[in-house]
Design a protein around this ligand. Structure first.
Ligand code: NA7
Length: 543
Protein backbone atom coordinates (compact mmCIF):
# COMPACT_ATOMS: atom_id res chain seq x y z
CA UNK A 1 0.00 0.00 0.00
CA UNK A 2 2.97 2.31 -0.47
CA UNK A 3 1.27 4.01 -3.36
CA UNK A 4 -1.56 5.29 -1.14
CA UNK A 5 -2.04 8.92 -2.09
CA UNK A 6 -3.69 11.85 -0.38
CA UNK A 7 -6.85 12.84 -2.28
CA UNK A 8 -7.81 16.43 -3.04
CA UNK A 9 -10.89 16.11 -0.83
CA UNK A 10 -12.11 13.48 1.59
CA UNK A 11 -15.51 13.05 -0.06
CA UNK A 12 -17.27 13.85 -3.33
CA UNK A 13 -21.06 14.03 -3.08
CA UNK A 14 -23.19 13.84 -6.21
CA UNK A 15 -26.58 15.53 -5.98
CA UNK A 16 -27.86 18.49 -3.98
CA UNK A 17 -31.34 17.39 -2.99
CA UNK A 18 -32.44 16.43 0.51
CA UNK A 19 -29.73 13.76 0.76
CA UNK A 20 -26.77 15.62 -0.72
CA UNK A 21 -27.46 18.77 1.30
CA UNK A 22 -27.69 17.00 4.62
CA UNK A 23 -24.62 14.93 3.86
CA UNK A 24 -22.53 17.99 3.03
CA UNK A 25 -23.63 19.54 6.31
CA UNK A 26 -22.82 16.43 8.35
CA UNK A 27 -19.42 15.98 6.68
CA UNK A 28 -18.46 19.57 7.39
CA UNK A 29 -19.55 19.17 11.04
CA UNK A 30 -17.36 16.08 11.29
CA UNK A 31 -14.35 17.92 9.89
CA UNK A 32 -14.19 16.26 6.47
CA UNK A 33 -13.49 18.18 3.31
CA UNK A 34 -16.10 17.64 0.62
CA UNK A 35 -17.20 18.80 -2.79
CA UNK A 36 -20.67 18.51 -4.18
CA UNK A 37 -21.65 18.31 -7.85
CA UNK A 38 -25.15 18.99 -9.09
CA UNK A 39 -26.39 18.96 -12.66
CA UNK A 40 -29.15 21.50 -11.96
CA UNK A 41 -28.47 25.19 -11.53
CA UNK A 42 -29.45 25.16 -7.89
CA UNK A 43 -30.21 22.89 -4.95
CA UNK A 44 -33.46 20.90 -4.67
CA UNK A 45 -32.98 17.61 -6.51
CA UNK A 46 -36.40 16.12 -7.25
CA UNK A 47 -37.99 19.37 -6.15
CA UNK A 48 -35.88 21.37 -8.56
CA UNK A 49 -37.08 19.44 -11.60
CA UNK A 50 -40.66 18.37 -10.93
CA UNK A 51 -42.41 21.73 -11.36
CA UNK A 52 -45.57 20.48 -13.02
CA UNK A 53 -48.87 21.98 -11.88
CA UNK A 54 -50.09 20.38 -8.66
CA UNK A 55 -46.73 18.83 -7.73
CA UNK A 56 -46.76 18.08 -4.02
CA UNK A 57 -45.22 15.67 -1.63
CA UNK A 58 -47.38 12.74 -0.48
CA UNK A 59 -45.98 12.69 3.08
CA UNK A 60 -47.31 15.31 5.51
CA UNK A 61 -45.05 18.30 6.12
CA UNK A 62 -44.98 17.51 9.84
CA UNK A 63 -42.91 14.49 8.75
CA UNK A 64 -41.36 15.38 5.39
CA UNK A 65 -38.83 17.70 6.91
CA UNK A 66 -35.36 17.50 8.42
CA UNK A 67 -35.45 16.46 12.07
CA UNK A 68 -31.74 16.52 12.83
CA UNK A 69 -31.57 20.10 14.10
CA UNK A 70 -34.20 21.49 16.51
CA UNK A 71 -33.05 25.03 15.67
CA UNK A 72 -33.75 24.48 12.00
CA UNK A 73 -37.19 23.17 12.86
CA UNK A 74 -37.93 26.23 14.96
CA UNK A 75 -36.96 28.53 12.11
CA UNK A 76 -39.20 27.01 9.45
CA UNK A 77 -42.99 26.73 9.36
CA UNK A 78 -44.78 24.81 6.65
CA UNK A 79 -47.99 26.35 5.39
CA UNK A 80 -50.03 23.22 4.61
CA UNK A 81 -50.54 19.54 5.36
CA UNK A 82 -48.91 18.62 2.02
CA UNK A 83 -46.43 21.16 0.72
CA UNK A 84 -46.35 22.22 -2.92
CA UNK A 85 -43.18 21.87 -4.97
CA UNK A 86 -42.35 25.61 -4.79
CA UNK A 87 -42.54 25.56 -1.00
CA UNK A 88 -40.38 22.43 -0.68
CA UNK A 89 -37.86 23.99 -3.04
CA UNK A 90 -37.81 27.17 -0.93
CA UNK A 91 -37.24 25.01 2.13
CA UNK A 92 -34.23 23.30 0.58
CA UNK A 93 -32.86 26.67 -0.53
CA UNK A 94 -33.35 27.87 3.04
CA UNK A 95 -31.45 24.83 4.34
CA UNK A 96 -28.62 25.49 1.86
CA UNK A 97 -28.41 29.12 3.03
CA UNK A 98 -28.79 28.30 6.71
CA UNK A 99 -25.74 26.01 6.68
CA UNK A 100 -23.91 27.88 3.91
CA UNK A 101 -23.76 24.74 1.79
CA UNK A 102 -23.64 26.24 -1.68
CA UNK A 103 -19.96 27.13 -1.32
CA UNK A 104 -19.10 23.42 -1.50
CA UNK A 105 -21.32 22.69 -4.52
CA UNK A 106 -20.50 23.08 -8.20
CA UNK A 107 -23.78 23.53 -10.09
CA UNK A 108 -24.66 22.88 -13.74
CA UNK A 109 -22.16 20.04 -13.59
CA UNK A 110 -22.70 16.34 -14.01
CA UNK A 111 -20.42 13.62 -12.81
CA UNK A 112 -19.84 11.54 -15.93
CA UNK A 113 -17.41 8.96 -14.64
CA UNK A 114 -15.90 7.87 -11.36
CA UNK A 115 -13.18 5.25 -11.09
CA UNK A 116 -11.51 3.59 -8.16
CA UNK A 117 -7.74 3.66 -8.22
CA UNK A 118 -6.77 0.65 -6.12
CA UNK A 119 -3.07 1.50 -5.93
CA UNK A 120 -3.69 5.07 -4.78
CA UNK A 121 -6.71 4.00 -2.69
CA UNK A 122 -8.91 6.80 -3.96
CA UNK A 123 -11.66 7.67 -6.42
CA UNK A 124 -11.08 9.80 -9.49
CA UNK A 125 -14.24 11.68 -10.35
CA UNK A 126 -14.61 13.24 -13.81
CA UNK A 127 -17.17 15.97 -14.39
CA UNK A 128 -18.94 17.41 -17.41
CA UNK A 129 -17.00 20.59 -16.68
CA UNK A 130 -13.79 18.78 -17.61
CA UNK A 131 -12.53 18.62 -14.05
CA UNK A 132 -11.07 15.55 -12.34
CA UNK A 133 -11.29 15.46 -8.56
CA UNK A 134 -9.73 12.82 -6.36
CA UNK A 135 -11.45 11.77 -3.15
CA UNK A 136 -11.25 8.98 -0.61
CA UNK A 137 -14.99 8.36 -0.63
CA UNK A 138 -17.53 8.81 -3.39
CA UNK A 139 -21.19 9.21 -2.47
CA UNK A 140 -24.13 9.26 -4.87
CA UNK A 141 -27.07 11.12 -3.39
CA UNK A 142 -28.76 11.08 -6.77
CA UNK A 143 -32.33 10.19 -5.82
CA UNK A 144 -34.64 7.31 -6.62
CA UNK A 145 -37.02 9.04 -9.01
CA UNK A 146 -34.69 11.41 -10.80
CA UNK A 147 -34.05 9.91 -14.24
CA UNK A 148 -37.11 10.20 -16.48
CA UNK A 149 -38.06 7.07 -18.37
CA UNK A 150 -37.90 7.38 -22.14
CA UNK A 151 -41.40 7.66 -23.64
CA UNK A 152 -41.05 4.40 -25.54
CA UNK A 153 -44.07 5.10 -27.74
CA UNK A 154 -44.03 4.64 -31.48
CA UNK A 155 -43.73 7.97 -33.30
CA UNK A 156 -42.97 10.01 -30.17
CA UNK A 157 -40.42 12.12 -32.01
CA UNK A 158 -42.83 13.08 -34.81
CA UNK A 159 -45.23 15.28 -32.90
CA UNK A 160 -45.02 18.94 -33.98
CA UNK A 161 -46.95 20.50 -31.11
CA UNK A 162 -45.70 21.26 -27.61
CA UNK A 163 -44.19 18.38 -25.63
CA UNK A 164 -43.74 18.47 -21.87
CA UNK A 165 -42.40 16.00 -19.36
CA UNK A 166 -43.84 16.41 -15.86
CA UNK A 167 -40.38 15.73 -14.46
CA UNK A 168 -38.67 18.38 -16.60
CA UNK A 169 -41.27 21.14 -16.45
CA UNK A 170 -40.25 24.60 -17.73
CA UNK A 171 -39.42 27.06 -14.96
CA UNK A 172 -41.65 29.72 -16.45
CA UNK A 173 -44.64 27.35 -16.34
CA UNK A 174 -46.93 26.40 -19.22
CA UNK A 175 -50.17 28.10 -20.21
CA UNK A 176 -52.66 25.61 -21.63
CA UNK A 177 -55.46 28.15 -22.05
CA UNK A 178 -57.48 27.35 -25.15
CA UNK A 179 -55.33 24.31 -25.97
CA UNK A 180 -56.23 20.71 -26.71
CA UNK A 181 -54.03 18.76 -24.34
CA UNK A 182 -53.17 15.07 -24.06
CA UNK A 183 -51.76 13.63 -20.84
CA UNK A 184 -50.13 10.20 -21.04
CA UNK A 185 -49.68 8.47 -17.69
CA UNK A 186 -51.80 8.22 -14.57
CA UNK A 187 -49.27 7.71 -11.79
CA UNK A 188 -48.84 10.30 -9.07
CA UNK A 189 -47.56 12.98 -11.48
CA UNK A 190 -50.54 12.51 -13.82
CA UNK A 191 -53.05 12.33 -10.99
CA UNK A 192 -51.71 15.52 -9.38
CA UNK A 193 -51.46 17.54 -12.59
CA UNK A 194 -54.60 16.44 -14.49
CA UNK A 195 -57.13 18.42 -12.37
CA UNK A 196 -55.09 21.62 -12.79
CA UNK A 197 -54.40 21.16 -16.49
CA UNK A 198 -58.15 20.58 -16.90
CA UNK A 199 -58.84 23.99 -15.37
CA UNK A 200 -56.98 25.67 -18.24
CA UNK A 201 -57.24 23.43 -21.26
CA UNK A 202 -60.02 23.73 -23.82
CA UNK A 203 -60.01 19.95 -24.17
CA UNK A 204 -58.13 17.40 -22.10
CA UNK A 205 -57.70 13.78 -23.10
CA UNK A 206 -56.12 11.45 -20.56
CA UNK A 207 -54.46 8.32 -21.94
CA UNK A 208 -54.49 5.70 -19.22
CA UNK A 209 -52.65 2.41 -19.43
CA UNK A 210 -53.27 1.37 -15.83
CA UNK A 211 -55.75 2.92 -13.41
CA UNK A 212 -54.29 3.76 -10.03
CA UNK A 213 -55.60 3.77 -6.51
CA UNK A 214 -55.86 7.30 -5.19
CA UNK A 215 -57.41 8.81 -2.09
CA UNK A 216 -58.21 12.45 -1.40
CA UNK A 217 -55.31 14.35 0.19
CA UNK A 218 -57.72 16.55 2.18
CA UNK A 219 -55.13 19.23 2.04
CA UNK A 220 -55.32 22.23 4.33
CA UNK A 221 -53.71 22.90 7.67
CA UNK A 222 -51.35 20.20 8.97
CA UNK A 223 -53.27 17.46 10.87
CA UNK A 224 -53.97 18.74 14.37
CA UNK A 225 -53.13 15.42 16.03
CA UNK A 226 -49.65 15.37 14.49
CA UNK A 227 -48.99 19.05 15.17
CA UNK A 228 -50.02 18.63 18.83
CA UNK A 229 -47.83 15.56 19.29
CA UNK A 230 -44.91 17.35 17.70
CA UNK A 231 -45.36 20.46 19.84
CA UNK A 232 -45.73 18.44 23.04
CA UNK A 233 -42.47 16.56 22.55
CA UNK A 234 -40.61 17.05 19.32
CA UNK A 235 -37.82 14.65 20.16
CA UNK A 236 -40.21 11.85 21.10
CA UNK A 237 -42.17 12.40 17.89
CA UNK A 238 -39.06 12.27 15.71
CA UNK A 239 -37.79 9.22 17.57
CA UNK A 240 -41.07 7.39 17.03
CA UNK A 241 -40.82 8.22 13.30
CA UNK A 242 -37.35 6.68 13.24
CA UNK A 243 -38.70 3.48 14.75
CA UNK A 244 -41.91 3.30 12.72
CA UNK A 245 -42.54 1.17 9.68
CA UNK A 246 -42.78 3.95 7.10
CA UNK A 247 -40.97 6.77 8.85
CA UNK A 248 -44.24 8.39 9.89
CA UNK A 249 -45.51 7.76 13.43
CA UNK A 250 -48.77 5.93 13.54
CA UNK A 251 -50.81 3.11 14.90
CA UNK A 252 -49.75 -0.46 14.05
CA UNK A 253 -52.88 -2.58 14.08
CA UNK A 254 -53.17 -6.29 14.65
CA UNK A 255 -56.62 -6.49 13.11
CA UNK A 256 -56.92 -8.74 10.10
CA UNK A 257 -59.19 -7.70 7.27
CA UNK A 258 -61.28 -10.82 6.77
CA UNK A 259 -61.92 -11.56 10.44
CA UNK A 260 -62.77 -7.98 11.43
CA UNK A 261 -66.52 -7.41 11.81
CA UNK A 262 -68.08 -5.45 8.96
CA UNK A 263 -68.98 -2.39 11.04
CA UNK A 264 -65.43 -2.09 12.45
CA UNK A 265 -63.96 -2.54 8.98
CA UNK A 266 -66.16 0.20 7.63
CA UNK A 267 -65.33 2.56 10.43
CA UNK A 268 -61.59 2.01 9.98
CA UNK A 269 -61.78 2.45 6.22
CA UNK A 270 -63.86 5.62 6.44
CA UNK A 271 -61.53 7.16 8.99
CA UNK A 272 -58.50 6.27 6.85
CA UNK A 273 -60.27 7.93 3.92
CA UNK A 274 -60.83 11.03 6.03
CA UNK A 275 -57.21 11.07 7.25
CA UNK A 276 -55.95 11.25 3.68
CA UNK A 277 -52.54 9.80 4.53
CA UNK A 278 -50.69 6.95 2.85
CA UNK A 279 -49.38 5.75 6.17
CA UNK A 280 -52.98 5.29 7.39
CA UNK A 281 -54.64 3.84 4.29
CA UNK A 282 -51.85 1.29 3.87
CA UNK A 283 -52.27 0.04 7.45
CA UNK A 284 -56.01 -0.32 7.93
CA UNK A 285 -55.50 -4.06 8.39
CA UNK A 286 -52.34 -5.83 9.49
CA UNK A 287 -52.56 -8.30 6.62
CA UNK A 288 -53.68 -6.11 3.71
CA UNK A 289 -50.21 -6.24 2.19
CA UNK A 290 -49.97 -10.00 2.37
CA UNK A 291 -53.48 -11.50 2.16
CA UNK A 292 -55.35 -11.04 -1.14
CA UNK A 293 -58.78 -11.25 0.53
CA UNK A 294 -57.92 -8.60 3.08
CA UNK A 295 -56.38 -6.43 0.38
CA UNK A 296 -59.54 -6.72 -1.70
CA UNK A 297 -61.59 -5.21 1.14
CA UNK A 298 -59.53 -2.03 0.97
CA UNK A 299 -59.39 -2.08 -2.84
CA UNK A 300 -63.14 -2.47 -3.22
CA UNK A 301 -63.77 0.30 -0.71
CA UNK A 302 -61.72 2.67 -2.88
CA UNK A 303 -63.44 1.51 -6.08
CA UNK A 304 -66.78 2.18 -4.41
CA UNK A 305 -65.62 5.73 -3.67
CA UNK A 306 -64.59 6.17 -7.33
CA UNK A 307 -68.04 5.00 -8.50
CA UNK A 308 -69.66 7.46 -6.08
CA UNK A 309 -67.79 10.37 -7.67
CA UNK A 310 -67.59 9.56 -11.38
CA UNK A 311 -71.00 9.93 -13.00
CA UNK A 312 -70.41 7.93 -16.20
CA UNK A 313 -70.37 4.24 -15.16
CA UNK A 314 -68.07 3.20 -18.02
CA UNK A 315 -65.51 5.88 -17.11
CA UNK A 316 -65.81 4.96 -13.42
CA UNK A 317 -65.07 1.34 -14.24
CA UNK A 318 -62.13 2.27 -16.46
CA UNK A 319 -60.71 4.36 -13.58
CA UNK A 320 -61.08 1.48 -11.11
CA UNK A 321 -57.87 -0.49 -10.57
CA UNK A 322 -58.36 -4.24 -10.89
CA UNK A 323 -55.03 -5.41 -12.26
CA UNK A 324 -52.96 -4.94 -9.09
CA UNK A 325 -53.41 -5.28 -5.36
CA UNK A 326 -53.86 -2.07 -3.42
CA UNK A 327 -50.48 -0.73 -2.32
CA UNK A 328 -48.39 -2.84 -4.67
CA UNK A 329 -48.05 0.24 -6.86
CA UNK A 330 -47.54 3.39 -4.83
CA UNK A 331 -51.04 4.73 -4.09
CA UNK A 332 -51.65 8.39 -4.88
CA UNK A 333 -53.09 11.33 -2.99
CA UNK A 334 -55.22 13.63 -5.07
CA UNK A 335 -57.26 16.78 -5.04
CA UNK A 336 -60.33 16.37 -7.21
CA UNK A 337 -58.81 13.82 -9.58
CA UNK A 338 -61.77 11.54 -10.14
CA UNK A 339 -64.29 14.43 -10.27
CA UNK A 340 -62.24 15.92 -13.12
CA UNK A 341 -63.61 13.20 -15.39
CA UNK A 342 -67.15 14.58 -14.90
CA UNK A 343 -66.17 17.78 -16.71
CA UNK A 344 -67.55 17.98 -20.25
CA UNK A 345 -64.19 18.82 -21.86
CA UNK A 346 -62.26 15.98 -20.17
CA UNK A 347 -62.11 12.50 -21.61
CA UNK A 348 -60.49 9.26 -20.53
CA UNK A 349 -59.03 6.92 -23.13
CA UNK A 350 -58.55 3.40 -21.80
CA UNK A 351 -55.38 2.12 -23.47
CA UNK A 352 -56.09 -1.43 -22.35
CA UNK A 353 -59.03 -1.41 -24.74
CA UNK A 354 -57.58 0.82 -27.43
CA UNK A 355 -53.77 0.98 -27.21
CA UNK A 356 -51.80 3.82 -28.76
CA UNK A 357 -50.69 2.72 -32.20
CA UNK A 358 -48.55 5.77 -32.94
CA UNK A 359 -47.99 9.37 -32.17
CA UNK A 360 -48.43 11.46 -35.28
CA UNK A 361 -47.36 14.97 -36.29
CA UNK A 362 -50.60 16.37 -34.96
CA UNK A 363 -51.76 14.02 -32.26
CA UNK A 364 -52.19 10.47 -31.06
CA UNK A 365 -53.62 7.48 -32.90
CA UNK A 366 -55.11 4.66 -30.89
CA UNK A 367 -56.48 1.37 -32.13
CA UNK A 368 -59.92 2.97 -31.99
CA UNK A 369 -59.58 6.65 -32.84
CA UNK A 370 -57.30 9.53 -33.86
CA UNK A 371 -56.88 12.47 -31.51
CA UNK A 372 -55.70 15.88 -32.70
CA UNK A 373 -53.98 17.82 -29.92
CA UNK A 374 -51.86 20.95 -29.45
CA UNK A 375 -49.76 19.64 -26.56
CA UNK A 376 -48.70 16.28 -25.14
CA UNK A 377 -47.76 15.94 -21.49
CA UNK A 378 -45.76 12.84 -20.62
CA UNK A 379 -46.32 11.79 -17.01
CA UNK A 380 -44.70 8.46 -17.77
CA UNK A 381 -42.45 7.99 -14.77
CA UNK A 382 -38.84 7.23 -14.02
CA UNK A 383 -36.08 4.68 -14.31
CA UNK A 384 -36.46 4.31 -10.55
CA UNK A 385 -33.86 3.52 -7.91
CA UNK A 386 -30.99 2.43 -10.14
CA UNK A 387 -31.37 4.77 -13.14
CA UNK A 388 -29.28 7.57 -11.67
CA UNK A 389 -26.65 5.21 -10.23
CA UNK A 390 -25.93 3.23 -13.38
CA UNK A 391 -26.39 6.42 -15.42
CA UNK A 392 -22.93 7.46 -14.28
CA UNK A 393 -20.03 5.32 -15.41
CA UNK A 394 -18.88 4.08 -12.01
CA UNK A 395 -15.90 1.75 -12.23
CA UNK A 396 -14.81 -0.20 -9.17
CA UNK A 397 -11.92 -2.52 -8.51
CA UNK A 398 -10.38 -3.95 -11.69
CA UNK A 399 -12.45 -1.58 -13.78
CA UNK A 400 -15.72 -3.49 -13.34
CA UNK A 401 -18.59 -1.06 -13.81
CA UNK A 402 -21.66 -0.81 -11.65
CA UNK A 403 -23.73 -1.35 -14.77
CA UNK A 404 -21.93 -4.64 -15.43
CA UNK A 405 -22.13 -5.78 -11.83
CA UNK A 406 -25.85 -4.98 -11.67
CA UNK A 407 -26.76 -6.28 -15.13
CA UNK A 408 -29.15 -8.85 -13.62
CA UNK A 409 -30.36 -6.56 -10.86
CA UNK A 410 -28.81 -4.46 -8.13
CA UNK A 411 -26.80 -6.06 -5.36
CA UNK A 412 -25.99 -4.15 -2.19
CA UNK A 413 -25.25 -4.52 1.48
CA UNK A 414 -27.83 -2.46 3.43
CA UNK A 415 -28.65 -0.60 0.22
CA UNK A 416 -25.58 1.51 0.97
CA UNK A 417 -22.54 -0.22 -0.49
CA UNK A 418 -21.62 -2.90 -2.98
CA UNK A 419 -18.64 -5.28 -3.05
CA UNK A 420 -15.89 -4.37 -5.48
CA UNK A 421 -16.54 -0.64 -5.02
CA UNK A 422 -14.57 0.42 -1.93
CA UNK A 423 -15.67 3.65 -0.24
CA UNK A 424 -18.58 4.05 -2.65
CA UNK A 425 -21.87 4.82 -0.93
CA UNK A 426 -25.37 5.28 -2.30
CA UNK A 427 -27.94 7.21 -0.29
CA UNK A 428 -31.38 5.57 -0.62
CA UNK A 429 -29.89 2.91 -2.88
CA UNK A 430 -31.68 -0.27 -3.95
CA UNK A 431 -32.07 -2.54 -0.93
CA UNK A 432 -32.85 0.41 1.36
CA UNK A 433 -36.38 1.34 2.54
CA UNK A 434 -36.19 4.67 0.62
CA UNK A 435 -39.19 4.81 -1.74
CA UNK A 436 -41.34 2.69 0.58
CA UNK A 437 -40.84 5.19 3.37
CA UNK A 438 -40.83 8.82 4.29
CA UNK A 439 -37.69 9.81 2.39
CA UNK A 440 -36.77 12.51 4.89
CA UNK A 441 -36.42 9.97 7.69
CA UNK A 442 -34.64 7.37 5.56
CA UNK A 443 -32.24 9.96 4.15
CA UNK A 444 -31.31 11.15 7.64
CA UNK A 445 -30.68 7.58 8.73
CA UNK A 446 -28.44 6.86 5.71
CA UNK A 447 -26.57 10.16 5.96
CA UNK A 448 -25.89 9.71 9.66
CA UNK A 449 -24.77 6.14 9.08
CA UNK A 450 -22.38 7.12 6.27
CA UNK A 451 -20.98 10.16 8.10
CA UNK A 452 -20.59 8.04 11.26
CA UNK A 453 -18.88 5.29 9.31
CA UNK A 454 -16.35 7.70 7.78
CA UNK A 455 -15.63 9.16 11.22
CA UNK A 456 -15.14 5.65 12.65
CA UNK A 457 -12.71 4.76 9.85
CA UNK A 458 -10.73 7.92 10.48
CA UNK A 459 -10.64 7.27 14.24
CA UNK A 460 -9.25 3.76 13.63
CA UNK A 461 -6.76 4.85 11.01
CA UNK A 462 -8.53 2.82 8.32
CA UNK A 463 -8.57 3.85 4.66
CA UNK A 464 -11.22 1.73 2.99
CA UNK A 465 -14.47 -0.06 3.70
CA UNK A 466 -16.23 -2.55 1.45
CA UNK A 467 -18.85 -5.23 2.08
CA UNK A 468 -17.87 -8.88 1.91
CA UNK A 469 -19.53 -10.87 -0.87
CA UNK A 470 -21.15 -13.07 1.75
CA UNK A 471 -22.73 -10.20 3.67
CA UNK A 472 -24.00 -8.68 0.46
CA UNK A 473 -25.50 -11.97 -0.68
CA UNK A 474 -27.19 -12.32 2.70
CA UNK A 475 -28.70 -8.83 2.49
CA UNK A 476 -29.92 -9.41 -1.08
CA UNK A 477 -31.55 -12.63 0.04
CA UNK A 478 -33.18 -10.86 2.99
CA UNK A 479 -34.48 -8.05 0.73
CA UNK A 480 -35.98 -10.62 -1.65
CA UNK A 481 -37.41 -12.76 1.18
CA UNK A 482 -39.13 -9.77 2.78
CA UNK A 483 -40.72 -8.86 -0.55
CA UNK A 484 -41.71 -12.46 -1.30
CA UNK A 485 -44.06 -12.69 1.67
CA UNK A 486 -45.96 -9.62 0.43
CA UNK A 487 -48.21 -9.10 -2.58
CA UNK A 488 -45.78 -6.54 -4.02
CA UNK A 489 -43.91 -8.78 -6.48
CA UNK A 490 -47.18 -9.56 -8.30
CA UNK A 491 -47.48 -6.00 -9.66
CA UNK A 492 -46.00 -4.48 -12.81
CA UNK A 493 -44.67 -1.61 -10.77
CA UNK A 494 -41.58 0.54 -10.86
CA UNK A 495 -40.72 -1.08 -7.50
CA UNK A 496 -40.22 -4.21 -9.63
CA UNK A 497 -38.46 -2.43 -12.50
CA UNK A 498 -41.45 -3.42 -14.66
CA UNK A 499 -42.03 0.04 -16.14
CA UNK A 500 -38.73 0.17 -18.02
CA UNK A 501 -38.44 -2.26 -20.93
CA UNK A 502 -35.57 -4.70 -20.39
CA UNK A 503 -34.93 -3.69 -16.78
CA UNK A 504 -34.20 -6.67 -14.49
CA UNK A 505 -37.34 -7.71 -12.67
CA UNK A 506 -36.53 -7.88 -8.98
CA UNK A 507 -37.91 -6.04 -5.98
CA UNK A 508 -35.72 -2.95 -5.70
CA UNK A 509 -36.45 -1.38 -2.28
CA UNK A 510 -36.32 -2.98 1.16
CA UNK A 511 -39.81 -3.67 2.49
CA UNK A 512 -38.81 -4.81 5.99
CA UNK A 513 -39.59 -1.35 7.39
CA UNK A 514 -37.72 1.75 8.44
CA UNK A 515 -37.59 0.34 11.98
CA UNK A 516 -36.22 -3.07 11.01
CA UNK A 517 -33.74 -1.48 8.64
CA UNK A 518 -32.46 0.94 11.27
CA UNK A 519 -32.02 -1.90 13.75
CA UNK A 520 -29.96 -3.85 11.19
CA UNK A 521 -27.80 -0.84 10.25
CA UNK A 522 -27.22 0.03 13.92
CA UNK A 523 -26.27 -3.54 14.72
CA UNK A 524 -23.75 -3.65 11.87
CA UNK A 525 -22.07 -0.54 13.22
CA UNK A 526 -22.17 -1.68 16.86
CA UNK A 527 -20.66 -5.02 15.93
CA UNK A 528 -17.61 -3.38 14.47
CA UNK A 529 -18.90 -3.16 10.88
CA UNK A 530 -20.13 -6.69 10.69
CA UNK A 531 -20.04 -7.92 7.09
CA UNK A 532 -17.51 -5.30 5.97
CA UNK A 533 -13.82 -5.51 5.20
CA UNK A 534 -11.84 -2.51 6.41
CA UNK A 535 -8.29 -1.83 5.29
CA UNK A 536 -5.63 0.60 6.42
CA UNK A 537 -1.88 1.13 6.29
CA UNK A 538 -1.46 -1.46 9.05
CA UNK A 539 -3.51 -4.20 7.49
CA UNK A 540 -7.09 -5.29 7.34
CA UNK A 541 -10.01 -6.10 9.55
CA UNK A 542 -12.97 -8.20 8.58
CA UNK A 543 -15.88 -9.16 10.80
P1 NA7 B 1 -45.35 6.44 -12.34
O1 NA7 B 1 -45.99 6.20 -11.06
O2 NA7 B 1 -44.34 5.47 -12.84
O3 NA7 B 1 -46.50 6.61 -13.43
C1 NA7 B 1 -46.24 6.61 -14.79
C2 NA7 B 1 -47.54 6.46 -15.55
O4 NA7 B 1 -47.28 6.50 -16.95
C3 NA7 B 1 -48.23 5.13 -15.29
O5 NA7 B 1 -49.61 5.34 -15.30
C4 NA7 B 1 -47.78 4.30 -16.49
O6 NA7 B 1 -48.63 3.24 -16.80
C5 NA7 B 1 -47.80 5.34 -17.56
N1 NA7 B 1 -46.95 5.00 -18.70
C6 NA7 B 1 -45.62 4.79 -18.68
N2 NA7 B 1 -45.18 4.49 -19.92
C7 NA7 B 1 -46.27 4.50 -20.71
C8 NA7 B 1 -46.46 4.26 -22.08
N3 NA7 B 1 -45.44 3.95 -22.87
N4 NA7 B 1 -47.71 4.34 -22.57
C9 NA7 B 1 -48.74 4.66 -21.76
N5 NA7 B 1 -48.63 4.91 -20.46
C10 NA7 B 1 -47.40 4.83 -19.93
O7 NA7 B 1 -44.60 7.87 -12.36
P2 NA7 B 1 -45.04 9.20 -11.63
O8 NA7 B 1 -44.12 10.27 -12.08
O9 NA7 B 1 -46.46 9.46 -11.77
O10 NA7 B 1 -44.79 8.91 -10.11
C11 NA7 B 1 -43.59 8.35 -9.63
C12 NA7 B 1 -43.53 8.45 -8.14
O11 NA7 B 1 -43.20 9.79 -7.77
C13 NA7 B 1 -44.81 8.19 -7.41
O12 NA7 B 1 -45.06 6.84 -7.20
C14 NA7 B 1 -44.62 8.92 -6.11
O13 NA7 B 1 -43.86 8.16 -5.24
C15 NA7 B 1 -43.80 10.11 -6.51
P3 NA7 B 1 -48.36 1.76 -16.15
O14 NA7 B 1 -48.80 1.87 -14.72
O15 NA7 B 1 -46.88 1.51 -16.27
O16 NA7 B 1 -49.16 0.85 -16.97
Amino acid sequence: RNARQEPQVDVVVVGAGFAGLMLLHRLREAGFSARGFEQASDVGGTWYWNRYPGARCDIPTTDYTFGFDPELEREWTWSEKYATQPEILRYLQFVADRYDLRRDITFDTRVDRAEWDDAAQLWRVHTSGGETVTCRSYVMATGCLSVPKEPEIEGAGRFRGDVHLTSRWPHEGVDFTGKRVAVIGTGSSGIQSIPLIAQQAAELTVFQRTPNFSIPAHNGPAPAARVDQLRADRDAYRESARWSRMGVPGEATELKGVTTPEDVRRQRLESAWEAGELQVITSVFADQGTDPASNEIVAEFIREKIRAVVTDPETAEALSPRDHYFGTKRPCLDTGYFATFNLPHVRLVDLRKTPITTITESGIDTAGESFEVDAIVYATGFDAMTGALVGVDVAGREGVSLQEKWADGPSTYLGLMTAGFPNFFAITGPGSPSVLSNMAVSIEQHVDWVAGCLADLRARGMTTIEPTALAEEGWNRHVADCAAITLHPTANSWYMGANVPGKPRVFYPYIGGVDGYRAAADEVRERNYLGFRLTGPDGEQCT
